[in-house]
Write a protein that binds this ligand. Sequence first.
Ligand code: ZN
Length: 263
Amino acid sequence: MPYIDTHAHLSDESFDIDRNSVIEKTLNCGIKYIFEILCSPSEWESESLFSNFFENFYFAYGIHPEYAGKFEQSSFEILKRKLSNSKTLFVGEIGLDYFWVNDNKNEQKSLLVSQLVLSKEFSKPCVFHCRNSKDSSHNAYKDTLDLLEKNWNYNAVKRGIMHSFSGSMEDAFRAIDLGLYLGINGTITYPKNSSLREIVKKVGIENIVFETDCPYLPLQSRRGTRNSSESIPEIAAQTAAFCSFSQAKTIETVYNNSLSFIK
Ligand SMILES: [Zn+2]
């Protein structure tokens, strides 16, 4: 059974020295498709980095919340062009990030809402990024979910992915009710992350997809090193083991969940 990495940043400069060989190794590990996330205007021309592997790559284009207030309005015209490309699966990653900066919430929210309009206009699902402030007093999950429930009128059975899920049990079920899969990555192997393991156990394999978020978020056994899409089989194996799911059933179900976005 093959795998899909639903969230990679292989255009990152840390892959400049060996990108093609990393991708070759990844494909040899059984990863059939990679969803590459290009989430700032400066990254939107990076598809050409993957031209040797055209049939294995799909793309998300969007403006990440950390760029709120830091891009030209004309970028939206370029974004629209990117969203009409047949290799584009998602608007993303978009959302709210209160971890480093939370004094520009209105600016972040209006950037998110304007991209929800594009999701509807281009009939594309979304990849969402949410991160609470360190002490959780600024709750990006609650604000994002409130906004989606009110402002997102793109209709589909599955409307996207809540990437690198790090919210509460309540956030998880609200996301699932909105038609989102929870994106599960190497953070599920971190010793302190028992809450995520409990959530995945509860929501089950029907509601998750696997991702790496590489070069970020390596598995616990490789912390401090550059992550790559090659770690997907290990993420799948560890998730199944932690949650006492059948390995084979987990791999098959999650593959099909991810594949549902490729039309
Ligand atoms: Zn990402």
